[in-house]
Ligand binder design. Structure first.
Ligand SMILES: N=CN[C@@H](CCC(=O)O)C(=O)O
Ligand SMILES: [Zn+2]
Length: 428
C-alpha cells in the first residue's frame, strides 16, 4: 500500500453513504425510502487520484492504514458527512435580472404572457448580448461559487440566452472558460432551442438549429474547443412543438450528445412519451406529464428531473412525484437557477420538494445526489460515498443529516467544508 494518501476524514458522527453498493447507479421505487448511513466515529480515506478508497469505522481505518501518512487529515467529530450535491438543471450564464417580472407575476401575470410580450427569456437574451464575455464569465463563476458553498460539487450548466448561432457558441465557450476557474465539476448543455428567436417562426428556428448551430457545435467539439455533454430544448406549447423538439434532440444525439430537455411543464405536450422514444437520459419539469408518459419513462430508464423552485415561484400544479416514484421512475432534483427562479441552493430545493411536493427526506436526498448524478450519466462515479467513486463531500455541522433539509435557508451556517475530488475547495 502506498505510504501517502490524499485525505483522511476521521471520527465523523455520521456518514451518509446513500447506498453501500458501488454498483448501484440510481435508486427507484421503495429503494428511495431510506438512505444508507454509517454512524459513530466513521472514517473515509481518499486515494491520490481523489477517489474514495475506504469508508468504515475509525478502528478499522487505524488497523488498515497504520503507517500511512495523509496529506490532509480532518477531524470530523462535529460533523455529518454527505455526498456533494449534483445540481441537475441550471441556466447560469446571463446578465440583467428580472426582479420587475417577479412583481408582475405576484400581481397575476403568467410566465407565457410575459414571454409572449417579449419579456422573460427575450429580456435576458438582450441583456446577455449587451454584456462582455468577461462580465458573463465573472457572473457565472460567482454563481458557481455560491452553488459550491451551498454544497453543489457538480452542476449542469445550460446555454440558452443567446438563441442565434454566434451567441449560443459564445455562451458555451464562456462555460468552457469557467470550467478552468471554478472547482465545481460542470456538465455543459447546448440549449439553443430555449426560445424561438424574435423574427423567426418556430420552423425557421428549428431549421437554423439543425442546419447551422448543431453542425458548428459538432465542429467545435471535434476541435476540442468545446466539451458539451447534453442537448436541451424547451418543448412547450408556443415554443418548440413536440415534433420540432424531437428533430432537434435526434440531431443532437447523432453528434453524441445526451438528450436531457424541458418537457410537459406548462401544458401537456406528450414530451415524456417523445423523450422516452428518443432515448432521453432525463426530462425536466413534468408538471403536466401523462400516465402514459410516466410508464414510458419508467420503461426506458429516463430520469425525471423535478424543479420545485419553478413550480413554487410560478404556482404551477405540482409535478406528480409520488406517482413517478411508485411507478419506478428515478427522480432527481435541480435548482433550475435562472432569472425566473433565483435559487442556487440544493438544500432549499430539497426542503421545497418535501414540503410542497410531498417527498420524504430520504427521497429528496437521493434525488439530490445519486439520482441527480444518474441524470448526467454520472451514477457510476458520483452521488454516493462508496469506494471507487469521486471523493466529493460536504461536512455539515449537525447531529444528523436531516438537518440540511430541515433547517430551511441555514445551509451556509451548516456546511463548513466542501471537498471535491479529495481536495478541500471550501472551508470556513
Ligand atoms: N422553461 C424554460 N426555461 C427556464 C426558464 C428560463 C427563463 O425564464 O429565463 C426554466 O427551466 O424554468
Ligand atoms: Zn430550465
Amino acid at each position: 500500500m502506498s505510504t501517502e494518501k490524499l485525505l483522511l476524514i476521521r471520527s465523523a458522527r455520521q456518514v451518509v453513504t446513500v447506498t453501500d453498493d458501488p454498483k448501484v447507479t440510481r435508486l427507484v421505487g421503495r429503494e428511495m425510502s431510506a438512505v444508507a448511513t454509517k454512524d459513530g466515529a466513521v472514517s473515509i480515506v481518499v486515494d491520490n487520484n481523489g477517489m474514495i478508497e475506504f469508508v468504515g469505522s475509525d478502528d478499522e481505518m487505524r488497523e488498515k492504514y497504520s503507517g500511512v501518512r495523509f496529506s490532509r487529515e480532518i477531524d470530523a467529530s462535529q460533523y455529518v458527512v454527505l455526498p456533494g450535491f449534483v445540481d441537475t438543471h441550471t441556466h447560469p450564464v446571463w446578465a440583467g435580472d428580472r426582479v420587475n417580472e417577479f412583481a408582475m407575476k405576484l400581481a397575476g401575470a403568467t410566465y407565457l404572457e410575459i414571454h409572449a410580450s417579449g419579456g422573460g427569456i427575450f429580456f435576458t437574451v438582450d441583456k446577455t448580448k449587451e454584456a462582455s464575455d468577461q462580465q458573463l464569465e465573472d457572473l457565472l463563476c460567482e454563481r458557481l461559487g455560491k452553488m459550491l458553498r451551498s454544497g453543489s460539487t457538480t452542476v449542469e450548466c445550460k446555454s440558452g440566452y443567446g438563441l442565434d448561432l454566434d451567441s449560443e457558441m459564445r455562451l458555451l465557450r464562456i462555460i468552457e472558460a469557467a470550467k478552468r476557474r471554478v472547482t465545481n465539476e460542470i456538465s455543459s448543455t447546448y440549449c439553443g432551442a430555449h426560445a424561438v428567436p424574435k423574427g423567426l417562426s418556430p420552423e425557421e428556428a428549428t431549421e437554423d438549429i439543425l442546419q447551422r448551430q448543431i453542425p458548428e457545435l459538432k465542429r467545435l467539439m471535434e476541435e476540442k474547443i468545446l466539451t458539451v455533454e447534453n442537448i436541451d430544448v424547451f418543448c412547450e406549447k408556443g415554443v418548440y412543438t413536440t415534433e420540432q423538439s424531437k428533430r432537434i434532440l435526434e440531431a443532437g444525439k447523432a453528434i453524441s450528445l445526451k438528450v436531457n430537455f424541458h418537457g410537459d411543464e406548462l401544458y401537456p405536450t406528450k414530451s415524456a412519451e417523445m423523450g422516452a422514444g428518443v432515448g432521453a437520459l432525463a426530462i425536466s419539469h413534468l408538471e403536466e406529464i401523462s400516465e402514459q408518459g410516466i410508464a414510458d419513462m419508467a420503461a426506458n430508464n429516463c430520469v425525471a428531473v423535478i424543479l420545485p423552485t419553478t413550480a413554487y415561484a410560478m404556482r404551477l400544479k405540482p409535478p406528480p412525484v409520488r406517482k413517478l416514484i411508485q411507478q419506478g421512475v428515478a427522480v432527481a432534483l435541480g435548482t433550475d437557477f435562472n432569472p425566473n427562479a433565483y435559487c442556487y441552493a440544493m438544500p432549499v430545493v430539497m426542503n421545497l420538494a418535501c414540503v410542497t411536493l410531498g417527498m420524504s427526506m430520504p427521497e429528496a436526498l437521493i434525488s439530490a445526489t445519486l439520482n441527480a448524478a444518474a441524470s448526467l450519466d454520472r451514477g457510476h462515479t458520483h452521488g454516493s460515498i462508496t469506494a471507487g467513486k469521486f471523493a466529493d463531500f460536504l461536512l455539515v455541522r449537525a447531529p444528523r443529516w436531516e438537518h440540511i433539509i430541515y433547517q430551511l435557508g441555514a445551509h451556509e451556517d451548516l456546511i463548513d467544508v466542501v471537498v471535491k475530488g479529495g481536495r478541500v475547495v471550501f472551508e470556513k
